[in-house]
Ligand binder design. Sequence first.
Ligand code: SAH
Length: 368
Amino acid sequence: MSNITATAVSGLPRVYELSRAELGRWCEEHGIPGYRADQIRRWIFGKRSNSFPEMHDLPAALRGLLAESFSLFPGKLVDHRVASDRTEKLLLELTDGELVECVLMREPERRTVCISTQVGCGMGCVFCASGLQGLKRNLTTGEILEQVLRLDRLLPREEAITNVVVMGIGEPLANLKALLPALESLNDKGGLGLGARRITISTVGLPEKIRELARLGKAYNLAVSLHAPNNTLRTQLVPVNDKIGVDAVLQAADDFFEVTGRRVTYEYVLLSGVNDGPQQARELAKLLQSRIAHVNLIPMNAVTELSYVEPTAPRTQEFVRVLEQFGIPATVRKRKGADIDAACGQLRLHQLQTAAVTSPELVVLTPP
Ligand code: SAH
């Protein structure tokens, strides 16, 4: 994995790549009082500043030094789409030319952002657009935060981000090293000040990484992408399951619950005729019956390149009914931004495909 991170980025580092403590040290090394770090971070996280010169309560020399040493938003906005439900999606080009997606979703009382943690994904889930071209590299802490900060700047002054879901492109637990400091800055009072309970990390289910997350003592929410109630079906849909197995995933999730006291959500994508039958609902219910769990059913979000489709509404309702019969709370995820390719990885994929027509050096998509 280290060679993946090593290829990362070019140009000046984003100033928020540094934690509060690191920025404080940087200040001190340059003969600047440490409290200036708080001021700088307030401009970025609180006052939505877009440039160093406008940070007018900092001495001019410091503003100059910051501009020489750091960048703020070096990503290039390649596409910005607004859906009819006001979901907004950004496609950002990173300094090495890689593409990354992030989404802002609005509900009456919530503004949730969905962020990516990797360029592409190595997990290979057969229904997901993000992994169709494999994993390119991990994102850095700054690249993860740039997504949140840019989406935050789309909101009017009186509104703030209320929730963050790490459910964009990539497997977050395969990049904990960069993700955790980013979440720390979101959680930090001098950062975005977002409660840990408002941050959800979705994982394919990497047992040791789930335990590592639990040991942090943070109240982050964990969502585990189960998608099937037995190994045969899960391995077919989520190939990494072959090396892990449903039992090991559930045991790690149990440990997470035991250590953190946080109820685990199990995500289950509903694929018509594949994993959406009442028999599978019963099998899933039996698996989760003894656990404090919640099931989030995600009707398949159509991906042009893939043949999986969502089940009919009555079949979905039947699945929910069976789970509820067994006392398992279940919800069906509402679709957001359906008219703007908002399912994770789709916009990037389509951009790559368009680019492939004109730039032969880019990988041309070969659907499985
Ligand atoms: N790697 C993480 C994050 C993936 S995205 C994980 O595996 O959890 C968040 C959720 O969306 C996952 O449950 C993922 O399996 C699901 N998903 C991916 N593609 C989808 C699609 N086309 N339709 C519905 N859900 C999808």
